[in-house]
Design a protein around this ligand. Structure first.
Ligand code: AMP
Length: 413
């Protein structure tokens, strides 16, 4: 039988070392900036009970309706690979008693998410998000502080010309009026809607604004905006968020069409776009979700958060992460010096210079190895022959200037 090669699942990626260095740089900056705001990292399972997402993200959303990786385990339980992380964080906050602990509670996460989407550039079935959730503060200062942190993070990644696109939506409980108004507006427009959008209109008219069908979006021009259906307190909250953003000099644009693809938002919803990115999708989205914790069986606990699409973020971030590290290759003259070369390489690494130290194990002979090291961009070589072995020394050669000097192992630096 011939060998069958197995390919990775559709919509997934292998991230190779020349890519992961950029990912790590973005994540390290996230850890640094978020920690400075008092956030602690949380890691939740990639698998959750399916019901968690039906109850939080919402039955009528595209995510729950057709994008979840759901299966029955051997014990007959329905499990789902998480399509987003907020629901899991909220579950963990309730399950571990944090919802009754000191407030406010600031948590962030970094991790893979799964959606059965049609793979296309920038959209994957396994993708990664960096997100933050701020629990226990209902005031507009919390929304503004979260956005300030987000901007600090994005600026540290080199983004400029950022702008928040912001809106406010009535909570799920207060959506009746808005839903009725959209149904009223859409009367007679049915023929312009595709099957999916007709279902949206039926189940949850707010979702129509998420439609990817340009014809639907055109038909909705002139439709009433969500903001018109806010109660007085929510309206005041929204106005104050905008005032605080202006005070913090965070550029924003009010976008009455923005509703975001998840059902749990209340009041503030936002996306961040950068003119550095052209007309592409937003790199992140977020909003306030004051009713979700209670909805999932916890106490009444207001919250606001965001999720950044890390794949896209890393693709477009201006931060230069090209390696500037000093790179050294240790080369034995012949096979007899291989063991000593290993010892030299270890000594060099332990010298704590931070240099990348590579040991030539090719056995191709010294001349060839020196040439290859220079071609591969090593700046220095440490050469060991029988004289060095006998004397307990090593010869350090600068591959650019070809200068070299012989030093005792204890003086390697
Ligand atoms: P959402 O969780 O839908 O609010 O999305 C937040 C961010 O995650 C989006 O702005 C995208 O950048 C990113 N995102 C969502 N779905 C995908 C996907 N299938 N592939 C890559 N990134 C995604």
């Amino acid at each position: 039988m011939g060998q069958v090669s197995v390919a990775r699942p559709k919509g997934t990626r292998d991230l190779l070392p020349d890519q992961t260095s950029r990912w790590r740089a973005a994540e390290e900056i996230a850890h640094r900036v978020f920690s400075s705001y008092g956030y602690g990292e949380i890691r939740t399972p990639a698998l959750e009970a399916t019901e968690l997402f039906a109850r939080s993200v919402g039955e009528s959303t595209d995510i729950v309706h057709k994008e979840m990786f759901t299966f029955t385990d051997r014990g007959g339980r329905s499990l789902t690979l998480r399509p987003e992380n907020t629901a899991g964080v909220v579950r963990a906050v309730i399950e571990n008693g944090l919802a009754h602990g000191p407030m406010p509670l600031r948590l962030y996460y970094v991790g893979p998410q799964y959606r059965y989407e049609r793979p296309q550039k920038g959209r994957y079935r396994e993708f990664r998000q960096i997100g933050a959730e701020f629990f226990g503060a209902s005031g507009p200062e919390a929304d503004a502080e979260l956005l300030a942190m987000l901007f600090d993070f994005l600026r540290a990644l080199g983004f400029r010309n950022l702008s928040v696109s912001i809106n406010a939506v009535p909570s799920a409980m207060q959506r009746e009026g808005f839903s009725a108004a959209i149904r009223e507006f859409s009367r007679g427009l049915h023929d312009r809607f595709g099957e999916d959008d007709r279902r949206r209109l039926e189940e949850n008219p707010l979702r129509l604004f998420d439609s990817k069908d340009p014809e639907t979006l055109r038909a909705l021009e002139g439709a009433p905006g969500a903001i018109e259906f806010l109660d007085t307190a929510s309206r005041a909250h929204h106005d104050e968020v905008l005032r605080l953003l202006a005070q913090l000099k965070i550029p924003f644009v009010e976008n009455p069409r923005l509703v975001r693809g998840l059902d749990y938002y209340t009041r503030t919803v936002f996306e961040v776009t950068s003119s550095d990115l052209g007309a592409q999708d937003a790199i992140l989205g977020g909003g306030r979700y004051d009713e979700l914790v209670a909805e999932l069986g916890g106490p009444h606990l207001p919250a606001v958060g965001f999720a950044i699409g890390e794949d896209r973020l890393v693709d477009v971030m201006p931060l230069a992460t090209a390696g500037t590290a000093r790179r050294i290759r240790v080369i034995p003259f012949g096979a007899e010096q291989a063991a000593y070369a290993l010892k030299v390489a270890v000594a060099m690494r332990q010298a704590g210079t931070g240099a990348i130290v590579d040991l030539d194990v090719s056995g191709r002979g010294f001349k060839k190895a020196l040439g290859t090291a220079a071609e591969l961009g090593f700046q220095e070589a440490i050469i060991v022959g029988s004289a060095e072995v006998d004397a307990g020394t090593a010869t350090v050669r600068n591959l650019l200037t070809r200068e070299q000097r012989t030093v005792p192992l204890s003086e390697l630096k």
